[in-house]
Design a protein around this ligand. Structure first.
Ligand SMILES: Cc1cc2nc3c(=O)[nH]c(=O)nc-3n(C[C@H](O)[C@H](O)[C@H](O)COP(=O)(O)OP(=O)(O)OC[C@H]3O[C@@H](n4cnc5c(N)ncnc54)[C@H](O)[C@@H]3O)c2cc1C
Length: 443
């Protein structure tokens, strides 16, 4: 048994670990154990969606080989444990890019499908699952199912965003997007309140493929809702320059060696950071050309940044509100700023109308906010419960890949399709998250 934890470092559970190395492995132990199993890749999920307390984790990081790459059509086939970082190393010099990427490249293809991740271009192209052409799913009945929009369609849709509960994805084929430069043309715009955010967002979503905003979640009163809007496009240009410049930042420039003292990120230091960050940009708008790596993955530059929150760890809370209730954001933000518990990293984004293929995927057309809360025990949990209540009132939902606290009654209201989804769950697969949101307390 070994302790495995997720990115928020709050939940740490003992697991039996089975490392997978070969696509053809048939996992004979599935029939010989009473324990449930769950795929686990790089553990970049914040809560317990990647944990299976006292059960078995199928470590997929050994499934890390490319299978085929059609460089003319941008179709890549690889094992499920291949990371997005490895894919970028291969494809960028050849003029291709990921169709969708989350804010870290250290996630696996299997994890990106199972959490149906979204990125800064959600308003244009939807989620990762919308770009998956097919994958193989291994289930505990010993069978391998080829899933695509044409074949085993229901399993395909349940597995996209299916949180690892429908079986093990062994390999997947994805459609990439062409690029002509490793650089991005980027604009940063200061905004002073949420109304301004919505108006910049509206104007930007038509002209920019990537949009996102950093929001100051600590400042109250007049300045509440201020932040910096970032928007960008891949730089047009000659693909000749790609090979020479594609060298991405392979290793973090700096790594946090151990969990920081809990005092490091207190209210004062965080407020000071937010003030400095907001004021650092002197003019209203700045324009620059930067490499794609710092544009998409600024946090990856600091290895193990999650340890900055100390031994108690932190919660990340992400919710989305439907377009018609986007005004609810103000009330929720007020709750957060008044609590004084929000943190440095608050990310605000409009989500687009393209529906996810996944049966139980998180995004919906509207506005999403993701932010960190240092773990201060009961106080933090109470705030998060209060936020769940508000999110539900406004017809929104929380993101399972970040969640560590939402209880069964809220989850089942956020995702009324859970009953239909559960028909496709593999009877041998389970997670601490799923047991929690199904109301099984001993998770
Ligand atoms: C800094 C940072 C930024 C992030 N930004 C974003 C963002 O912008 N957008 C976003 O959507 N998410 C974001 N995330 C969350 C992250 O993208 C997801 O949690 C992702 O799924 C993690 O992938 P992983 O490979 O680490 O998988 P894990 O965290 O190890 O597992 C995630 C889930 O996938 C399942 N799974 C993994 N492999 C397989 C497989 N082979 N077959 C079946 N199921 C499998 C697991 O069972 C689990 O349920 C961010 C996370 C971090 C740390």
């Amino acid at each position: 048994m070994r302790e495995y934890l997720s990115w928020g470092r709050v939940l740490k559970y003992q697991h039996e670990i089975r490392r997978l190395f070969w696509l053809t492995d048939d996992l004979p132990f599935l029939g010989m154990t009473e324990k449930s199993v769950l795929p686990f890749a790089y553990g970049r999920s914040y809560g317990d969606v990647c944990l299976n307390k006292d059960g078995i984790l199928l470590d997929t990081t050994g499934l890390n080989r490319f299978k085929a790459f059609d460089a003319d059509r941008g179709i890549l086939s690889c094992e499920a444990g291949v990371s997005l970082a490895d894919i970028l190393d291969l494809i960028v010099p050849l003029g291709w890019f990921l169709p969708v990427t989350p804010g870290t490249k250290f996630v696996s293809v299997g994890g990106a499908i199972a959490n149906d991740v979204h990125g800064k271009n959600h308003h244009v192209v939807g989620t990762f699952g919308n770009h998956v052409l097919r994958f193989e799913l291994f289930r505990s009945d010993g069978k391998r199912y080829l899933c695509s929009p044409e074949e085993n369609v229901e399993l395909f849709e349940a597995t996209i965003g299916g949180m690892g509960l429908t079986g093990l994805i062994t390999w997947a084929e994805i459609q990439l997007k062409p690029i002509h430069s490793v650089n991005m043309d980027v604009e940063n715009i200061k905004f002073y309140n949420l109304e301004e955010f919505f108006s910049i967002s509206k104007e930007s979503d038509e002209k920019f493929e990537y949009t996102v905003a950093w929001l100051d979640c600590l400042t109250r009163g007049e300045a509440m809702g201020r932040g910096i809007f970032m928007r960008g496009n891949h730089t047009p240009g000659s693909s000749m320059s790609l090979r020479r410049k594609a060298e991405a930042v392979k290793k973090p420039k700096f790594s946090v060696p151990f969990a920081a003292p809990n005092l490091l990120l207190n209210r004062l230091t965080m407020q000071t950071f937010n003030n400095l960050y907001f004021r650092k940009q002197l003019s209203k708008v700045t324009k620059s050309k930067i490499h794609y790596d710092p544009f998409f993955y600024p946090l990856d530059a600091v290895g193990g940044w999650n340890k900055l929150y100390g031994n108690r760890g932190f919660f990340q809370y992400q919710f989305v509100l439907p377009e018609k209730n986007a005004h609810g954001l103000k009330e929720i933000l007020q709750l957060i700023t008044e609590s004084g518990m929000g943190s440095l990293l608050a990310v605000l984004k409009k989500c687009g109308a393209k529906t996810s293929r996944g049966l139980i995927s998180f995004p919906m057309e509207g506005v999403t906010l993701a932010l960190d809360f240092p773990n201060n025990g009961l106080k933090t949990r109470e705030l998060l419960r209060h936020l769940d209540k508000k999110v539900l009132e406004f017809g929104g939902r929380t993101n399972p890949s970040k969640d560590a606290t939402t209880d069964a009654s809220y989850f089942q209201e956020f995702y009324p399709q859970w009953k239909q989804f559960s028909k496709y769950c593999d009877p041998k697969f389970s997670s601490s998250f799923w047991r929690r949101v199904m109301g099984n307390e001993a998770n």
